[in-house]
Ligand binder design. Structure first.
Ligand SMILES: C[S@@+](CC[C@H](N)C(=O)[O-])C[C@H]1O[C@@H](n2cnc3c(N)ncnc32)[C@H](O)[C@@H]1O
Length: 326
């Protein structure tokens, strides 16, 4: 592990998915009877910036509500995590929420942000290194849905390990995928580890729909950016004006779905492949599952985690769970 001399920032461990993986996922997703694209590819440099803008929208209650919970209960969370902890954050994004925990923790030993969006991760890690100059920060660019190893931290010792998975990003998985992910993190973090997970709660459908289809059109732009990325990186011919962003509530599966709906009959080329669209045909780009507190605790148990505490805001919009390996 090579480190900057002025801060504890280590060199990036770069396991970014290749262009070939991106191409194969897009071709596979657009070839099925119901067209889909994996939501992890929404996050290129531009997509990550758009997501940061979403976090500041009045309709997008999850970010500000989770921050309030983390601010209010940071010391309770720090007590559960323990002193001299090695922290691994999954989908760390702009690295804002971790600051609340780092300030409350007793002598944190190391912070390992894991994110698929490489440039955003590098910039966020550099910002954090300026604020916490004594902390060992070891960024990992990786797809956390595939197995990966954490970097060795030479010269660093720790007494506890904690995972941090805020933003209700766990809601992007189906229930079965979420159980698989949490089972994998148990193995990655090791026995005795704690996991702090932000989970969005089931609520009024109009509040949910507005959060994923804001008045300023930022979420629409975020969703459409995936087509822009395919055009740029894979030689696609999507005309963005011919697709429309839609946020749908799937009551049976208790999730918001984001779709890109074709406004006309059309054909799109990606590299050497042609894909036909009928008018009204949709590409399903993201799921955001919503849970009850008990529903999520049962899911965590199915993945081998023992639920400890749960913290919520007064309106019970959002929850933050502490889990321990059982
Ligand atoms: C909903 S945002 C949440 C960002 C931040 N944690 C927060 O709470 O505001 C999801 C984050 O996870 C990252 N991400 C999404 N899918 C990923 C994957 N499969 N592997 C690694 N990172 C991923 C995105 O780049 C993004 O930073």
């Amino acid at each position: 592990m090579s480190k900057s001399t002025e801060t504890g920032l280590a060199e990036l461990q770069d396991l970014e998915p290749s262009l070939e993986e991106f191409r194969a996922s897009v071709v596979e997703g657009l070839s099925g009877p119901e067209k889909t694209l994996p939501c992890k590819f929404l996050y290129d440099r531009h997509g990550s910036r758009l997501f940061d803008d979403i976090c500041n929208l009045p309709e997008y209650y999850p970010t500000r509500t989770e921050r309030q919970i983390l601010e209010r209960y940071a010391h309770d969370i720090a007590d559960i995590v323990g002193s001299k902890a090695r922290l691994v954050e999954f989908g760390s994004g702009a690295g804002i929420k971790i600051r609340l925990l780092l300030k409350a923790l007793d002598r944190p030993a190391a912070y390992l942000p894991v994110d698929i969006s490489r440039e955003h991760l590098v910039a966020a890690s550099a910002d954090l290194a300026k604020m916490f100059s004594d902390l060992c920060i070891a960024p990992v660019c990786a797809d956390y849905t595939a197995p990966f190893a954490l970097p060795e931290l030479s010269g660093v010792t720790w007494d506890a390990t904690a995972g941090f998975f805020p933003g209700s990003t766990i809601g992007n998985f189906t229930r079965a995928e979420a159980v698989g992910f949490l089972t994998g993190t148990r193995a990655l973090l090791g026995s005795g580890a704690v996991m702090i997970v932000g989970v969005d709660l089931v609520k009024d459908v109009d509040v949910l729909r507005a959060a994923y289809d804001d008045g300023a059109g930022v979420t629409a732009n975020f969703n459409l950016n995936l087509l822009r990325r395919i055009n740029r990186e894979l030689g696609g011919t999507f005309e963005l004006g011919r697709f429309h962003h839609e946020a749908r509530w799937n009551a049976k599966l208790e999730r918001i779905e984001m779709h890109l709906v074709s406004l006309c009959e059309q054909e799109v080329i990606v590299g050497t492949k042609r894909f036909g669209f009928s008018e009204g045909e949709a590409i399903h780009t993201e799921n955001s599952h919503k849970y009850s507190v008990e529903g999520f605790r049962a899911l965590a148990r199915d993945a081998g985690w023992e639920p400890l505490e749960v913290w919520m805001d007064e309106r019970k919009l959002f929850s933050v769970h502490a889990l321990r390996t059982s």
